[in-house]
Design a protein around this ligand. Structure first.
Ligand code: SAM
Length: 232
């Protein structure tokens, strides 16, 4: 069986894993001395490690081999995603993490149903990103930031905004040699002025096809098309 993949913010030669990750190892996986683990620090280092002690809800591990690993898109992919109501952001962050998003930035937009996000929900979104990164073999952990007013989006080197009225398709406009920022609107779509602001900041409107997608579906489609254009 493949060793369990555990996220730790820093990998030392021998150390205690504590908190949520250790509780999962102890309660769910019933970790025992001698068990093998793969550790990753979310910043490009992975390690083969062995459990050497379990005390209460903490787990001591010894690193046997450490290596640099990279299973990331060739250039960073930032996803500016409008706040969405209910559980939709969880789906978008989970699938976006699996697909290679480097950074999620949540946006306050005019036609959104959800106008704000509670700090607890933001924290849950970050945990969803960690779980998705563990399961998909990501070597870098995407940040989940915001919420940011749409007007505060900075100028980008290369950007694509999903807009059902656009004519251009992702593969026609994306330069795979440069980092890309992507933007997806809320349930009610971006307001005209918001689209204008994004275009001024360097975003090109792109279509995702003739059907109207739910925002979380659109986010996944846009990320998948961008990473496909990156050759992944
Ligand atoms: N009536 C809204 C509109 O016209 O924008 C529909 C909003 S849609 C439910 C939510 C978001 O998903 C949109 O703001 C857009 O970013 C993206 N989206 C959905 N379908 C799309 C498509 N076919 N092409 C481009 N973007 C799309």
């Amino acid at each position: 069986m493949r060793p369990h993949r555990a996220y730790v913010p820093a990998i030392e030669d021998e150390f205690w894993i504590e908190g949520r990750e250790a509780r999962h190892l102890v309660r769910v996986l019933r970790a025992r001395p001698g068990d093998r683990l793969t550790l990753f620090d979310g910043r490009g280092t992975e390690a083969r490690a062995r459990v050497v002690a379990v005390e209460g809800e903490r787990v001591r591990v010894r690193v046997e081999e450490r290596r640099s690993a990279r299973r990331e898109p060739p250039a960073p992919v930032t996803l500016y995603l409008a706040l969405l109501k209910g559980e939709k952001l969880f789906d978008a962050v989970r699938m976006g993490t699996e697909l290679g998003v480097s950074r999620f930035v949540l946006l306050e937009t005019r036609h959104a149903v959800a106008k704000a996000i509670r700090p607890q929900k933001l924290e849950r979104l970050r945990r969803v990103a960690i779980e998705a990164a563990k399961q998909s073999g990501r070597t870098e952990l995407p940040g989940v930031e915001g919420p940011l007013a749409l007007e505060a989006v900075p100028p980008v080197e290369q950007g694509l905004v999903a807009d059902p009225r656009a004519g251009a398709r992702v593969f026609e406009v994306l330069d795979p040699a440069r980092p890309v920022a992507l933007a997806v609107g809320p349930e009610g779509g971006f307001a005209e002025e918001e689209l204008r602001t994004l275009v001024e900041r360097g975003f090109t409107p792109v279509t995702l096809g003739p059907r109207i997608l739910r925002a979380e579906t659109a986010a996944c489609a846009l990320v998948a098309l961008a990473t496909a254009a990156f050759g992944q």
